[in-house]
Design a protein around this ligand. Structure first.
Ligand code: GLU
Length: 304
């Protein structure tokens, strides 16, 4: 298919279980927005979570998506100019972004365990009324944050002068420490979401310093997502509303890397009959189960 526009969208499932109807609904919106714009749809296999990602789930993911009526122009099975389309094979892209952040003094090594963070962390402030997002992780207390680089309250930070790699030798990623991005405490970030409209959240209040590289030597989701969306020239990210707060983190990464961010469109999440958000453990609503029950994609799409 020859694209008639510069729109590039993506589906970015993680092969950590079977896809369910909630994924299908969000992806359907992504595909429709891409088709309406005459764009190119990219499928990216987000298999960075070595403990949970499985090749059999990745194969099933492609099969479920095709059965449901998805078609992509670039992806792990069809190739394309911006491959590989399997995230675990994109380490060089992720490392390049990591090095740029390190050189800019935007990140620092953190030896805190998950438990340390949980015990010392401040609870994130609740979202002010009217926000579409909810706090998703404790605010990192700053234990390992270089004290000389602490930003003053309410003022944006300039990253490039504070932590020079030549005067402060730092370990390579993979040396058993997490690396965190230092957020500009007190700065309120804003963007206009394609579905939810004007969004804002304050760094250090609603979310804190977040991990960009893990101590098991894998890139964290925030960094991999930004590096890959940029390298794959994605112009609009369509995904679930559970990632709204992550969008603010990603906007900080785009800025620190000197990159232009794509547009964002977050989709409301599907809940089950009891009002519980769908997860991959909801086997009853997995596409595999629905298909085995003889349900058709056309019929399932009527509820979207
Ligand atoms: N791979 C992520 C997930 O399955 C989605 C990431 C994204 O769309 O940015 O939750």
């Amino acid at each position: 298919m020859v694209s008639s526009s510069s729109y590039r969208g993506r589906l970015a499932p993680s092969p950590t279980g079977r896809l369910h109807l909630g994924h299908a609904r969000t992806f359907w919106t992504a595909q429709q927005r891409c088709r309406a714009a005459g764009g190119v749809l990219v499928l990216r296999n987000e298999d960075l979570d070595a403990a949970r990602a499985r090749d059999d789930f990745a194969a099933a993911m492609l099969e479920d998506l095709r059965w449901f009526g998805f078609a992509w122009q670039e992806g792990p099975d069809v190739g394309g100019p911006h491959g590989p389309y399997r995230q675990s094979q994109r380490r060089n892209h992720h490392l390049a972004a990591f090095e740029r952040l390190r050189t800019a003094g935007a990140i620092y090594p953190c030896t805190c365990s998950r438990r340390d963070v949980q015990e010392a962390a401040g609870a994130p402030h609740e979202a002010p009324p009217g926000k579409a997002w909810t706090p998703d992780e404790p605010i990192y207390p700053g234990t390992c944050r270089p004290s000389f680089a602490k930003p003053s309250e309410g003022r944006p930070v300039t990253f490039h002068t504070s932590l020079s790699p030549s005067t402060h030798p730092t370990p390579a990623p993979g040396a058993g420490v997490n690396w965190r991005f230092r957020v500009p405490d007190g700065e309120t970030l804003t963007f206009t979401d394609g579905y939810y409209g004007a969004q804002s959240a304050t760094a250090g209040v609603h979310f804190g310093d977040f991990i960009v590289w893990r101590k098991d030597d894998t890139p964290a989701y925030q960094l991999a997502c930004v590096a890959d969306d940029d390298a794959m020239r994605i112009t609009e990210v369509v995904r679930g509303a559970d990632l709204l707060l992550s969008t603010f983190r990603q906007l900080l990464l785009y800025r620190a890397l000197g990159l232009t961010s794509p547009a964002f469109y977050h989709c409301p999440l599907l809940a089950d009959a009891q009002g519980v958000r769908l997860a991959k453990r909801h086997d009853a609503l997995s596409l595999q189960t629905l298909r085995a029950q003889g349900r058709t994609p056309e019929e399932l799409r009527q509820d979207f």
